[in-house]
Structures are given as structure tokens and as C-alpha cells.
Design a protein around this ligand. Structure first.
Ligand code: GAL
Length: 681
């Protein structure tokens, strides 16, 4: 009998003393022994609903490992328990009726001696029991926590120092012992307090003209140039551009194209007018060698939207939707096809496309006709991760093909290149395939953004953006999925020393955005499993990190929340800030989960993000702005005393203040701009 189910179905019994099943400790005693010792009041935790468990990968299993195999820790079998994957959070309401929690914990045999985690039990927000760092292959350890007086218990599995892979964590024989005469049974609680809250964020744009997107764009002289000037305003809006370099023209719709004739830096004065007002902005055009990606790329990638199921039709539909949704008007301009378009080679070694894609040049022309840029995916290996043809041995030929087709972006994914190098490649070996492709790209007369995808191996951030690789972005981690743990792992990783390695032309890439409706690497299309509040945290952090903003969802199926989340001008402006300094964590509180991140901006102000990574609402405090000195660049003025503060998600100015104390919802974020912006030149 599942006693908690009975109780839930029969509210009458809530008022009566619960007759709790007497179970033998750790299942060791027989039934008669259990009857003889009815004093224990034990609730088996695996019997509770597991559907609210948050975990970094896969789904939790009752009495099975996360891989759906029997639970085995270092050779010891357990009949009962919960198989999960770090980072894992299971919150249980105790109603102050529990006495203690006991379990055996460890990494499952399926982790195959890999991985390392820490198991923690929290009573309300306090850690009351903790395992040491447990590695794959370590024997199961007992864990006991005092729960007296607690409203909630949280079973937490934290990722250890080796990252998230193989963190197959088991809670074996997890049991809650109730107090004597308990009146209410434990039950699975919401993932965190306030999980059903939808954050209030500003929506829509004013009818007066406004410019958005980057203030600086780079290109190589003599190469095709294409840039759709992001702007909004009630139609008709008249656009003019003064000071365009020789070789470029702008259409009335704001598409700048042509070839910049000579190297140099050009200041283009853009003006937009409609019946309601006017706006102007200076757009800096930097023409020279390796000047692409002066700000992080913004766009769409098919992988998390459709997996291997993308097609020319879907790609065209995505380009159309990029315009009609208003995303392009905010600066989203890459339409990138991920894995699955390649289809072997012809007798001359030319890469072929699958019938679903057909004529790639035609598709690129279609995307370009909208003022958008076109991206493709390949691997330096013989095969891509999805078992399609890679570029191995055909790098120069492929680069020429891409240039002929009109490709503007190449995601170059390590995949089967692992077969071409020894097990522990040297730095040289990690770099080699990317140097080869860089040389191939430099040999063609087209600007192609070079996106390195090799999951952070060989500390790619230390060399990926420099000569001789000149990567424009580099993935710093494994694949993201739409879980809190995965998003945390990629965006809030403990290794925060990465910020010096991002800057104009080369960006750390914590992977694509897991918002909206997509497949997110696990099967059928669904809405992101991140709550709206968690999605706001995700976008805030990707903007603070100056990360590529590549939507991984179905653009033809957007809801209002996703559009509001992705089109907030003031939030996106942080991502696109022209000095390109990645945020750093300037303060964190282990007890509440509050983290404060900051990054300096081109106009002398500082972007400040307040996060609450904990499970309960908590306050973030900044006693004085002097703490922001930590992130200021040498040319920046320090902020002291009362300063203007703007809430970017709300697009609202708050009162001037000398510091702050603000309540941040659990798993939520507040994004601020602090200081008096210098006037635009
Ligand atoms: C992975 C890559 C993903 C996606 C996938 C395609 O290696 O990290 O982003 O491109 O391959 O097979």
C-alpha cells in the first residue's frame, strides 16, 4: 500500500493520526520482525511522486538508476531507491512532522568509475547532512539528517570537480522517519518556492522609432557585406545612413550590403523617422582582417529546434519567422543549419546535400534576400556526430563550396575527429583541425564566422580566439538541455576564470538558448522544461556573459512569453555591448544561493545581475557601489554615492540609490544598469 496516496485521496484521514507502515530498517528485517517493532514511522521516499525532481540529465527512476538499470553502488545491489543525475534537487514538504532522514548514497555502477558528486540534505534552507566528495566506484555511504521542526527537506546532489558527465547519483533506501503521532505525511513539493510564478517583464515597443542591436560591426574589405539594421517604430519608418564607406548601400528596409572598398574604421550616422518621432545612432564599421563578430552573434540554430529533422522548408520558415516575430528587428540575424544536411561526396569530392535540403545556394539566397545571414555545420572528422559526412581531408574544398553557396557561419564540431588523435591529445593535436579549417576559410573571399565546437577540451578558451585559430566563438562545455542543472552547469560553472577570454571577435560559448518550443536533444517537441523564471535567469546570464545568443527553438511556434523574453531591447543591449567585457561573479552567498554578477558597459555604467540559485526567495545586498570597482576597466569612473538604477527587464528607472537590498525570487534574476550613462557620441 502506498500510504501517502491513500492519505491524499482521503482528506478525512488528514485529521486522524497517520497509521504509518512499519518497515524494517534498510529492508533488512523480515515482516514478522517489522510487526514486532511497530514504533518506527518510516516513509519510503521513492514512493513519493518523483515528477518534480530537477536533474541535469535524463529522468529520475524509482528503484532503478538514471539509466533505468538496477541500482548498484560499488557492487552492492539495492532494491529500493531513486536513481537521479546531478545536479539534482528533490524538494519534499514535511509539515514539521518528520524526525529524520536516512539513506545510503553513492554513484551508480552505470557511471563506470567516472564522475564525482556531493550529496546534501537541507532542512528548510540549511544543510543538515553532507557526504564527502563521492567518486564513481566509491562504496555506498550512510547519510543521516535531523529533520525536526523542518517544513521542507531538499535532497540535493551537487556536481563535483570533474563536471556533470556520469554524475549518476543514487539515493538508496531513502527513508523519512516521522515524529510520534504524526498527523500529515510528507509529499513531493514544487521544484522551488514560487515555481509557478511567471515573472513580470516589459512587453512591446514604443511606436516612435528606435535602433537596436550592435553599435559596431566588422567585416573584411572586398568581401560580401550584409547587415540588417535592427530597428522598430510604427510603419512607415524612413531610414537614412550618412557616412557609409565606399562600396556599401542601404535599402529603404535597412539592409546594408555591398563590399567595403578599403580597410579602416567608418562612423555611419543612422537616422530613423516616422510620423511620431525620430531616432539616430552611430554605427561603427570596422573593416580589416579578422574583424568579424565585434559583438556576440545573435540568431537561430536548428539543432535544439529540430535535431536531425531540419529541412530547407523548415529553414526558410525559420527565416520568415525571424522577421515576422520581430526578432530580426532586435538584432537576431543568423539562420544556422546544424547537423544532418550532408550526404556523401561526388566523384570530385564535392560535398552533397540530402534531398530535404537540395540546392544549398538557393536556400542561402533565400535567407540573404531577407537581410539575414546563413550558417552551416560540419566536423573536422570523417563523420559528424549525427553520422553524416564530415570535412576530414576536404577542408579547403569545403570552404570553397561554402563560399560559393554564400555561407556566413560555420559551426565546426569535433565529433569523430577523436578517431584521428591519440586518447589524450596534445594541445597541438587539439588545435590542429581548427588551424586547418581556419587556413581554408582565410583562403576564400567570403567572411565566415568560425564557431569552434569541441566542448571545452584543452582549455579551448585560452587558444581558440587567437592566432592561428582565430575562432569567433568556442563552446566551453558539453551540450546544454532544457533542465535547470544543465543550464546552471553551462552558464554558472564554477570555473569562473573564463571572462578574460571573451572579447570583441571571440566569445566564450556556453551553448544555445533553451527557451520556447523545441526538441532540446530529447525527442518530441515540447515547451522548455525551465520555468519562466528560470528562463529569465538563463537569458540574463547569457547576456551578462556576452555569450552567443542562438535560439534553439521552433521560430514558427513562439508564445508571447518567449517573444517578450527574447526581444527586450535593454537586456539585449547588455549582450551586444561594444566593449565586450564578460561579467564576473562579484559576490555569492552559499546559504541563500544569492549570486551577484557585474560587467562594465561602453557608456560608463555597469550591468548588475542579481541571481537567486537557491530554493527560497532571498535578499541580495549591495552595501555600496564600491564593490563594482572589481569589474571596472582602467578608463572607467568609479561609482559612489547615489546613482541612477534602471531595471532592465521592467524597462523602468528606480529611484537613485547608494546601494541596494532587493528580494530575488528563487531561481530568478533581476537585471540592473547602475550609473549615469554617458551621452551617445
Ligand atoms: C553535438 C553538438 C551539438 C549538435 C550535435 C549535432 O556534438 O555539441 O550542439 O551540433 O552535435 O550532432
Amino acid at each position: 500500500m502506498k500510504h501517502h496516496d491513500t492519505l491524499a485521496k482521503n482528506p478525512q484521514s488528514r485529521r486522524t493520526v497517520v497509521k504509518v507502515m512499519a518497515v524494517a530498517a534498510a529492508g533488512a528485517m523480515g515482516a514478522s520482525a517489522a510487526r514486532a517493532a511497530p514504533a518506527t514511522r518510516m516513509v519510503r521516499v521513492e514512493d513519493l511522486s518523483l515528477k518534480n525532481i530537477l536533474q541535469g540529465w535524463g529522468v529520475p527512476h524509482k528503484n532503478r538508476s538514471v539509466d533505468n538499470t538496477p541500482i548498484i553502488i560499488a557492487g552492492r545491489h539495492f532494491k529500493r531507491g531513486i536513481g537521479t543525475h546531478a545536479q539534482s534537487v528533490f524538494r519534499i514538504a514535511l509539515h514539521q512532522q518528520a524526525e529524520k532522514f536516512t539513506a545510503m548514497v553513492g554513484l551508480d555502477a552505470t557511471a563506470d568509475n567516472h564522475g564525482a558528486v556531493i550529496f546534501e540534505v537541507l532542512a528548510d534552507n540549511k544543510v543538515v547532512a553532507q557526504s564527502p566528495l563521492m567518486k564513481g566506484g566509491d562504496a555506498a555511504r550512510p547519510i543521516t539528517a535531523d529533520l525536526r521542526g523542518a517544513h521542507y527537506m531538499t535532497l540535493l546532489v551537487k556536481i563535483g570537480p570533474y563536471g556533470m558527465d556520469f554524475c549518476h547519483a543514487d539515493w538508496a533506501d531513502p527513508v523519512i522517519t516521522l515524529i510520534a503521532n504524526a498527523t500529515k505525511l510528507p509529499e513531493a513539493a514544487a521544484r522551488y518556492e514560487g515555481a509557478d510564478m511567471v515573472p513580470q517583464i516589459a512587453s512591446g515597443d514604443p511606436p516612435e522609432p528606435e535602433f537596436h542591436g550592435p553599435r559596431v560591426v566588422g567585416a573584411t574589405p572586398g568581401h560580401d557585406f550584409l547587415f540588417l539594421v535592427p530597428h522598430t517604430g510604427q510603419a512607415p519608418v524612413t531610414l537614412t545612413a550618412d557616412g557609409l564607406p565606399a562600396g556599401l548601400t542601404m535599402t529603404p528596409a535597412g539592409v546594408i550590403s555591398g563590399k567595403i572598398a578599403a580597410a579602416g574604421e567608418y562612423k555611419v550616422r543612422l537616422t530613423a523617422k516616422n510620423g511620431l518621432g525620430a531616432a539616430s545612432r552611430t554605427l561603427r564599421l570596422v573593416a580589416g582582417e579578422h574583424q568579424l563578430a565585434m559583438t556576440p552573434p545573435m540568431g537561430w540554430n536548428s539543432w535544439n529546434a529540430y535535431g536531425m529533422d531540419n529541412s530547407a522548408r523548415r529553414t526558410m520558415g525559420s527565416a520568415d519567422a525571424m522577421i515576422s516575430s520581430g526578432l530580426a528587428a532586435k538584432g537576431f540575424n543568423y539562420i544556422n543549419i546544424d547537423d544532418g544536411w550532408q550526404n556523401g561526396r561526388d566523384a570530385q569530392g564535392e560535398i552533397l546535400t540530402t534531398p530535404k535540403f537540395g540546392d544549398m545556394k538557393k536556400l542561402a539566397d533565400y535567407v540573404h534576400s531577407k537581410g539575414l545571414r546563413f550558417g552551416l555545420y560540419s566536423s573536422p572528422g570523417k563523420m559528424t556526430c549525427g553520422q553524416h559526412t564530415g570535412s576530414f581531408g576536404h577542408e579547403a574544398q569545403d570552404a570553397k563550396t561554402y563560399a560559393r553557396w554564400g555561407v556566413d557561419y560555420l559551426k565546426y564540431d569535433w565529433c569523430s575527429y577523436g578517431n584521428e588523435v591519440p586518447q589524450n591529445p596534445s594541445l597541438q593535436q587539439y588545435m590542429h583541425p581548427y588551424v586547418v579549417m581556419r587556413q581554408a576559410l582565410d583562403a576564400v573571399d567570403r567572411d565566415i564566422f568560425f564557431s569552434l565546437c569541441q566542448y571545452g577540451m584543452g582549455h579551448v578558451w585560452t587558444w581558440g580566439g587567437r592566432e592561428p585559430v582565430w575562432g569567433n566563438s568556442y563552446r566551453i562545455s558539453g551540450d546544454i538541455n532544457d533542465s535547470w542543472g544543465s543550464m546552471m552547469n553551462n552558464g554558472f560553472r564554477s570555473d569562473r576564470a573564463l571572462f578574460p577570454f571573451a572579447g570583441p571577435g571571440h566569445w566564450n560559448d556556453p551553448d544555445m538558448l533553451v527557451v520556447g518550443f523545441g526538441s532540446f536533444e530529447d525527442g518530441p517537441l515540447h515547451w522548455s522544461k525551465l520555468t519562466p523564471g528560470e528562463q529569465q535567469t538563463h537569458i540574463t546570464q547569457w547576456c551578462m556573459l556576452a555569450a552567443p545568443l542562438l535560439l534553439g527553438c521552433n521560430l514558427e511556434h513562439l508564445n508571447k512569453f518567449t517573444i517578450d523574453l527574447m526581444t527586450n531591447t535593454e537586456v539585449l543591449a547588455i549582450n551586444q555591448d561594444e566593449i565586450g567585457v564578460q561579467a564576473q561573479c562579484i559576490d555569492s552567498d552559499q546559504t541563500t544561493g544569492i549570486e551577484i554578477w557585474a560587467r562594465p558597459l561602453w557608456d560608463g555604467t555597469v550591468a548588475v545581475a542579481l541571481y537567486n540559485l537557491g530554493l527560497m526567495p532571498a535578499k541580495a545586498n549591495i552595501a555600496s557601489w564600491s564593490i563594482l570597482d572589481m569589474v571596472l576597466t582602467p578608463s572607467q569612473k568609479v561609482l559612489r554615492g547615489k546613482q541612477p538604477v534602471r531595471d532592465l527587464w521592467q524597462r523602468k528607472s528606480l529611484r537613485e540609490r547608494a546601494g541596494l537590498a532587493m528580494k530575488v525570487p528563487a531561481h530568478g534574476a533581476i537585471m540592473l544598469k547602475v550609473g549615469q550613462p554617458r551621452m551617445e557620441d
